[in-house]
Design a protein around this ligand. Structure first.
Ligand SMILES: [Zn+2]
Length: 467
């Protein structure tokens, strides 16, 4: 059952106000990473509480647990006791702004540009993820119509640093947050205008590798020739991680990737894929080819296969370079693991590989610094069908089921602590949005459509879960 037209009209009538609230919220530089002022997260939590209160929610509270940035919780009970409960999740912290000179408009002065997108840090990740539901709830609560289901909201303050306290927080407040369905509002759409439900996430393994060949740096003129250097040794070692085409070459890396059924593969193959757009959104230069694994479609490779990249590299900075043979060099090897893979096993594979027969018999130390599993759900059943209907009604086109190549560490624990109820992952990131990078942006048309979809979601879920 869709939401009444009057509620959609109310969302549209106040859409400018909703955008103004999003802009005001995004002006607060609530960066959760170490080294940034944590008081800004107190400010953003207070601002979120005000927004939820103004939308008409009750029991709005900023809650704290030790050593964590503040959470905001709120709820609104339907006048009908006998209806199910949805718990909506979003986060109010943001990534650091990155290289300020790369922002065409300032990171924390959200700016609408001619392309219809709002630019600013946090606008899409994840402040719009909160605001789309706030706009829908405000319209429902101002309408005089009974709210179709009980709604609870949790807004986290440390998602961008790994949600280290979320499981503890959920356990401490389990009664208060108990729900029949979770609506996790922090993922992406396959493309602008295509509403998407995310059914899988990759995990992440990070291995830090340090290579030493000397006990101190040496003059490269006095010693170079007979004596090797650590930077070259590390480069040769890292080069072994992939084959000539760039495909992972670590033996056993993918040996525990769950096989897909024929139906799953054909569903992936049926998704629209536009290679020129993919290249453009990625920013690939010139004729740099995509790295292709034989037998796997692009989406399978991106969402359901392991990938490997060097994500940090240190030897000698240019600023202090001095014609030396470098004694020590290090790198971080980042592996995205497929859902279903054992991250500890993958880490062992990588460590064994880089410590075996190193170039120049260098001393190699390798240690896993992150081992986060992926996640996957069967996106089937009444709650998922209800979500697809709501998204289709909001966006005016069919919703698709997708995976995500990224890692959201909280999703697995969230489902476990909340008793395995259905988890609906949706959000507003799209290929051009550049979340986490400079010039992060939000498509305002999709923002409005997503608010409509949220308004539809409540009656759709209420009907689906009651039956
Ligand atoms: Zn996010």
């Amino acid at each position: 059952m869709p939401a009444p037209q009057s509620i959609l009209d109310a969302i549209d009538a106040r859409f400018d106000d909703t955008c103004d609230e999003l802009v005001a919220l995004s002006r607060i530089p609530g960066v959760s990473a170490a080294g940034f002022d944590p008081k800004e997260l107190d400010r953003s939590a207070d601002a979120v509480a005000t927004i939820l209160g103004n939308a008409g929610l009750d029991e709005v509270e900023v809650l704290r647990i030790a050593d964590a940035h503040p959470y905001v919780v709120a709820e609104k009970r339907s006048p009908n006791d006998d209806v199910p409960t949805a718990l909506i999740y979003a986060h109010h912290d943001v990534q650091p702004p990155g290289r300020l000179e790369r922002w065409e408009t300032p990171a924390f002065e959200p700016t609408l540009r001619a392309d219809g997108r709002l630019y600013g840090r946090g606008v899409v990740d994840d402040k719009a993820g909160l605001m789309l539901h706030a706009a829908a709830l405000r319209a429902w609560l101002a309408s005089g119509e009974p709210l179709p289901m009980h709604v609870k909201v949790i807004v986290e303050g440390e998602e961008e640093i790994g949600s280290g306290h979320l499981a503890q927080f959920l356990r401490e407040h389990r009664e208060r947050l108990a729900a029949d369905v979770l609506v996790l509002s922090d993922t992406q759409n396959l493309d602008t205008g295509i509403p998407s439900l995310t059914a899988s996430l990759r995990g992440i393994v990070q291995v830090d590798v340090t290579v030493r060949v000397l006990d101190h740096p040496l003059h490269s003129g006095m010693w170079g020739g007979p004596v090797p250097d650590a930077a070259t040794a590390l480069s040769r070692l890292l080069g072994r991680l992939v084959d000539d085409a760039g495909r992972p070459a670590v033996p056993g890396l993918d040996s525990d990737v769950p096989a897909l059924s024929a139906a799953e593969r054909s569903a992936l193959a049926a998704l629209p894929y536009d290679e020129p757009a993919f290249r453009r959104d990625a920013g690939l230069l010139g004729h740099v080819p995509l790295v292709r694994e034989r037998d796997f479609t692009p989406y399978e490779q991106l969402w359901l296969r392991p990938s490997i990249a060097v994500t940090a590299l240190e030897a000698m900075p240019f600023a202090t370079a001095a014609n030396q043979l470098v004694d020590e060099a290090r790198a971080r090897i980042g592996v995205r693991v497929a859902p279903g893979q054992d991250p500890a096993r993958v880490a062992r594979c990588v460590i064994d590989f880089v410590t075996h027969a190193p170039p120049y018999e260098a001393q190699v130390e390798a240690v896993a610094v992150a081992e986060v599993p992926g996640w996957r759900t069967e996106a089937e059943g009444p709650a998922f069908d209800a979500a697809r209907r709501a998204l289709a009604a909001g966006f005016g086109c069919d919703a698709v089921t997708i995976g995500c190549g990224g890692t959201i560490p909280f999703v697995g624990p969230f489902g476990e602590v909340m008793g395995g109820v259905p988890q609906l992952l949706l959000g507003l990131e799209d290929p051009p949005c550049n979340a986490h990078g400079e010039n992060e942006s939000l498509d305002l048309d999709d923002f409005r459509k997503a608010a409509h979809a949220s308004a539809h979601l409540l009656p759709e879920l209420a009907a689906a879960l009651a039956g």
